[in-house]
Write a protein that binds this ligand. Sequence first.
Ligand SMILES: [Zn+2]
Length: 382
Amino acid sequence: MLLEVFFILYLLQSQVLTSGSSSSSSETHESSQRDEQHSKGSSHQHHWGYHDQDGWLSSFEDCGGKSQSPININTGEVKYDPRLSLIKLEGYDLTDKSPLSLLNNGHTLQLSLPNSMRIVRGFDHIYVAAQLHFHWGTVEIPGSEHTIDNIHFPAEIHVVHYNSKYSNLSEAATKADGLAVLGGFIGIGLHENENYEKILSALTNISSEESYTEIPGFNVRHLLPNSLERFYRYKGSLTTPPCFQTVSWTLFNDTVRVSRRQLAALEDTLKTEHSKLLSKNFRAPQLLHGRKVLTSFHTVPSAGNARGVPLSETQDLNTKESSETQDALSKGDILAIVFGVLFAVTLLAFSVYTYQQRKKYTKFKRDSKQNVIYKPAVKEEA
Ligand SMILES: [Zn+2]
């Protein structure tokens, strides 16, 4: 993540971004990485990859730390914290008058963001937006980085912000309260997502590694789920080398949806080094090491049947919704039993009543016949 960030900063500094759509050279990328490595005083494996995640810590020691990201969120072990304040975003509603740079950096698809975009509430400080990017898998393998009860979502969006008390992203990245990342799970819906299309329609222009293009600005808020009120919060790290443990993570519980075709465009268009397909760019979940995950909402621990079993891609992947569905089903079952018993009791009572009525009628008929028999006797008196 950070390498992606530095590259964007480098581009901004060298004002390459003003020149419109074109490709940047691989030397530019290399030298920016070298500068960054040098400034951090760490050693230098520039070509880290997702196929060798265990190898990251030999060059980036923070990657072996005890507050790493991503993590699995076990909904049975999270803690509701009423003191978490809701996220308020400002300046996200960009117009087409402010073009944005979209980059394939070989690790991800990244959109640079203006510093007018901010998180103005939710933390002790204001956090300034820098860039957003994505993590994804393949048609067969869902590629979110974070998992909920060990289930991956098809993809994940990260919007990276830095604390406004620092002058820029690279300075903030090494500070304990330096970064705030907003994470959203991307699921598959029935309809095209027109907001995501603003990015995805430009993918073919940047299919080769280290190329970028410009797209018109749009309301970036719409790339996140509708509700920002329900979220998970924990202290973690960058999910790519150098893995600095300086990120306050906010993961929204609600899912944003794109169509199957749109997800396929993300999975199948971009190329990484040696023209290999850029996919499965997600890091494996890291150990919690005693960290607590807080929530802004009451969770319903889900029953066993839906957990541990991957959901189909078209299924609703929202955990809260699925546990509510399970609750609704069990309530429905109880109602059915109650009504069944009531019906049986009513039927029994009706049968008993009918039987008694019939018995009375038979007796009445018998009595009537007796009356008839006796009538002549009465007549005899006359
Ligand atoms: Zn990321």
